[in-house]
Design a protein around this ligand. Structure first.
Ligand code: ADP
Length: 368
């Protein structure tokens, strides 16, 4: 049989690519942000690799509108190429992710020519999402903190007015109001204490503590301090020590604060279970302290948010217990400063286990 004819491939005619200037391309490739160099007509001369990650694939010669579909950016590129004036455009995208971006549009004259008009446009993008989130968090935090302080303050002012006016000569009412006022003042001072601790711990976040501390002694101290609260709530507070010596590098005061917060929460929110267990163990090279209660537990949708500032499962229940909503945020920061990990396991109706894992110092007995 005659050999099959070999197909002849003729390249399709393509439009000549826009003038590529290798120096300009190298500079664009080296820019730390997504950057595209465009011809004055708005076609892609070159794009760096970050463009592919941030916006999608690009092809030399394609119009910009193939990769960027934001009308404000396209208009800014057109306008800059026409009048030679740089522009900055901020825009938000919803899909595929919520993000805020900023585009800088800078007209250039790459080639010396008698014409004054720009022959290229440099387009760079900056992702503002992280910055926006931080700004939002800061604003939310100030709003939350003021709100938390304003409530007891409003109650105090209300009682002061009542005592100056209608209840001026009513002795029993005065005694009752003063007791409430004292409780509100305590609440405000607890909140301020918690806010100050939080900012102090955050300030030191990058300095890992270097003092040798005995975790067993800290847990014993915390359980002693909280035994009156346990008695008050009718809860048995039990310490389970699976290991004799457990030392870590830590900050004693912060660790006391950390375990006080966890045990106090278990006593407050898990009182119905009548028992709280504080367990101390060594798992390979890790010190594990877990605080377990047998109370109502926490439903799964709340678990990821528990350590957010001012997040509470039940705001009224937390306030009744004198909670500020900052306890677990403080816990999270202390654990982070100790380069440890915080874990929460809980099921509705089956109590909760909060566990802290930190690197243990080698056991001295093993070295004998
Ligand atoms: P609070 O000052 O309100 O106690 P925390 O940050 O310590 O603030 O705790 C946040 C919320 O987590 C509490 O309001 C409570 O709803 C929930 N929580 C914490 N520990 C427990 C627990 N052991 N059992 C059930 N809910 C808990």
């Amino acid at each position: 049989a005659p050999p099959a004819p070999v197909p002849v491939v003729t390249p399709l005619p393509t439009a000549p690519p826009p003038a590529r200037d290798s120096q300009a391309c190298a500079v664009v490739a080296a820019l730390p942000e997504p950057a595209l160099l465009l011809s004055a007509a708005g076609n892609i001369i070159t794009a760096n690799q970050r463009v592919a990650l941030a916006l999608g694939p690009t092809r030399v010669g394609d119009p910009l509108s193939f990769v960027v579909r934001v009308p404000e950016v396209l208009d800014a590129v057109r306008a800059a190429a026409a009048d030679g004036v740089p522009r900055r455009v901020e825009f938000a995208e919803r899909i595929p992710l919520d993000r805020w971006l900023e585009a800088h549009v800078v007209p250039l004259r790459l080639h010396v020519s008698p014409e004054r008009a720009p022959d290229a446009v440099l387009l760079t993008f900056r992702d503002l999402t992280q910055q926006r989130r931080v700004e939002q968090m800061r604003a939310d935090f100030v709003a939350n903190a003021s709100h938390e302080l304003r409530t007891p303050l409003a109650s105090l002012s209300g009682f002061i007015e009542t005592l100056q006016g209608p209840a001026r000569n009513d002795t029993p009412a005065r005694e009752r109001f003063l007791a409430i006022m004292a409780a509100q003042a305590r609440r405000m001072s607890r909140l301020i204490d918690d806010l100050l601790s939080l900012s102090r711990i955050e300030l030191n976040a990058h300095v890992q503590p270097q003092t040798k501390v005995d975790l067993g002694a800290i847990i014993a101290h915390v359980c002693d301090t909280l035994s009156p609260l346990a008695r008050d709530r009718g809860v048995e507070l039990e310490q389970v020590r699976e290991t004799a010596d457990l030392e870590i590098l830590g900050d004693r005061d912060e660790l006391i604060r950390l375990f006080e917060n966890l045990v106090e929460n278990a006593l407050k929110y898990g009182a119905a279970g009548k028992k709280v267990e504080v367990r101390l163990a060594r798992e390979n090279g890790t010190a594990v302290v877990s605080v377990r209660d047998f109370g109502p537990g926490i439903s799964p949708e709340h678990l990821p948010r528990l350590t957010e500032r001012f997040y509470r499962v039940d705001v009224a229940a937390s306030r009744d217990q004198g909670g500020t909503g900052l306890g677990l945020a403080i816990v999270k920061h202390i654990v982070a400063r100790h380069r440890g990990r915080l874990g929460v396991e809980s099921e509705l109706g089956n109590g909760a286990i909060f566990s802290v894992r930190m690197e243990a110092l080698p056991n001295p007995e093993k070295n004998l």
